[in-house]
Design a protein around this ligand. Sequence first.
Ligand code: ATP
Ligand code: MN
Ligand code: MN
Length: 301
Amino acid sequence: KAKRAAKQDRATPASVGVKISSEEREVFPGEGITKGDLATYYAAIAEPLLLTLGERPMTLIRCPQGRAKHCFFQKHDTGSMGPDVFHVPVKEGDGDTQDYLFVRDARGVLECVQMNTIEFHGWGSRIDPLENPDRLVFDLDPDEGLDFERVKEAAVRLRALLADLGLKTWPMLSGGKGIHVVAPLDQSRDWPAVKGFAERFSRAIAEVEPTMFTANIRKNQRKGRIFLDWLRNQRGATAVMPYSVRAREGAPVAAPVSWEELDGFKGGNAFSIRDVDTLLDRAGTKALAGWCQAKQALPDA
Ligand code: ATP
Ligand code: MN
Ligand code: MN
């Protein structure tokens, strides 16, 4: 069993060197979770968070008045972030170039938290090479009210189908209602290839397993099924990053898990910011140490 860094040895906003203002302000109203608590969580979890988030164009969900009031997605640099939040020029579809944000260390993460970030989302590629994704994400979005048992079954089914094509995958509890099934990629293919694969694969699966899956984004098409959201895999799209907090009731966290233990979880929000000890312990265990790490090419299928 891996040893947890003693609580007093853990990184804190102070040890990272980022001043957090209004630490006492409640970010999760009625739950006693403050901006200071959020910063403390992110300082402690920065290392495993950065394994995925680091050097990746990101979208932040910022909630200056707490998670229950107006929150907004921030994609582009507005010059308001700290010195360790970097920007990278990205040519968008319409030919315009915009500065996207990225971080590479705990200082950058905490400077985002200082600016009232709750959620960290990232592209499927790193800033270099920007045009070659290093992860493929299948975002399983269950119909409203669908039992989480069905979502787990669907994730396991997806795992088998992707394994048949030679892709190893790892599951992540989204912190919301679903599961993300993630395959690391070797960056040998570009966005159109990765998106094309994700779309063709999802549509084919929805045809073979029509009672379990739909590849149609329209909510009224879901009908007790799971929408296989392949749209996460196009250039410019994002997915929530492992260990990001969610701006939802209970301060849930997007949590990497292993296939072996998946069956034991009761919902996509099984872990919260209050489980930081458990999350840190788990990150160091054998089951999760190699989470989402494999050198594998996109299948040709
Ligand atoms: P859940 O399990 O509850 O579905 P989720 O994170 O998968 O949680 P989705 O609504 O399925 O939530 O969205 C998937 C991803 O798409 C998000 O994590 C986010 O990165 C991105 N996304 C969703 N809505 C928007 C939006 N309005 N603007 C930008 N990105 C978005
Ligand atoms: Mn989802
Ligand atoms: Mn989705």
